[in-house]
Design a protein around this ligand. Sequence first.
Ligand code: ADP
Length: 476
Amino acid sequence: MGDSRILFAASEVYPFAKSGGLADVAYSLPRALNNTYDVDVIMPLYQFIDRERFGIEAMGETFHIMMGRKAYPVTFYICKYEDMTYRFVYTPLLCDRAFLYGPPQGGYADNDIRFALFNYAVLEILKRDTYEVVHLNDWQTALLPLLLKNEPKIETKSFFTIHNLAYQGIFDKKTLSRLGIDEKYFHMDSLEFYGQVNFMKAGIAYADRITTVSPTYAKEILTPEFGCGLEGFLQYHSAKLTGIVNGIDTEHFSPSNDKMLVQPYTDLRGKSVNKSAFLKEIKVKEPQRPLIVFIGRFTSQKGLEILIDTLPDMALMVCNLVILGDGEKQYHDALKALAKKHDNIYLESGYDEALSHRMYAASDFFLMPSLFEPCGLAQMIAMHYGSIPVVHRVGGLADTVHDHAEFDSKSQKGYGVVFTKPDHDALLHAVEKALQLYGTKTKCNKIVKHNMLCDFSWRESGELYIKEYERLREES
Ligand code: ADP
């Protein structure tokens, strides 16, 4: 196994580029597997990535990739970072942009060409170099299994992970000729989706194996409620689909060793130092109150409507609420208005990794009222930092957070406050229960300490990925 080479391709990888959990997984999963295999990671070299800081260097001459009738210049780059090899694809159309996928109001119109180019570039790597498995992630890399079908000389097996089915990469039919993809693939068993081209379908149809990021989400996406129109297609391909829950990198997210904190900690006393410092930092008026936080993308997926609807009632309770996020303007405006109106609601706008760490460390409770959640990392990070999650029981939240009423100190499960309906009343009631729990200090502290000691690392899930890779290799 040690000599087997895996190429892990993703459109975002921490610390080079991150918009959400995919970047965390693309950083931490390859590292977890690198003891067993020789894993290289490949991603686009976006213009904002600091080449000097990471020692990123060109590898060979610029060459051209033919796609449709056009030739696009491409250069490969490489660096070593924390003992891992990172490969990069630089091509101006893909990389010279301010955002990864587009501004908050919507994706770039030429994302089809941008990410198809990325797929063609990864294909080129597979032609030049030998990898047993190429591990692809989400729609941005989903064309590759189809491209591989037309390359019989390449023996690499394709492994496709769905991190979020809500983003499928759907484009006008005209894109086929721009991408140089044969019209014969434009039918419902392949790329066609209600008259359009769907990248995600290529990954599902042609990858040798498919995983998604939690067992519950793997079941949910086979139903109309969560399948985003692909439930039937996924049912058809379900024999090659498994759910493996994500882990977190417990070195990067480590309260005992986190350089972004005012004081790293291993116990509740240390945690309270971080809470006081953070409340001072944002000038909270009544710092003795329990602190509830939300960190996440401002999109409907994360339960923003319910959150905004419920916040005025939460604000009447004895607590402080701090929200950090970035995303759709209408949610941002509504939250800004609420923060202006209520003394105990605070809004921090934008994307700020260090601030998020300070907030995990400071908080007593962590809100995740998501409508759907493929896995969710934030709730695991929160538990690891001793913040009790308050979550809607859906997807990966159902797999990783168990209701505190069932608390069992001998289990390895994480506990929080779990509610079953994504609406105002259920969320409000859950927050009430959380605050009651805060009032019963002994029980609350027991749960916090228990969660902090739980193993949310890749140890177990890494083994499951290894099993899946090995099954694939045996099939060859
Ligand atoms: P998703 O991938 O759907 O956005 P996850 O819970 O899987 O959600 O992962 C979110 C990751 O992004 C976590 O590491 C979280 O701390 C981080 N994050 C989200 N929003 C922000 C923000 N505004 N600033 C800093 N970190 C953020």
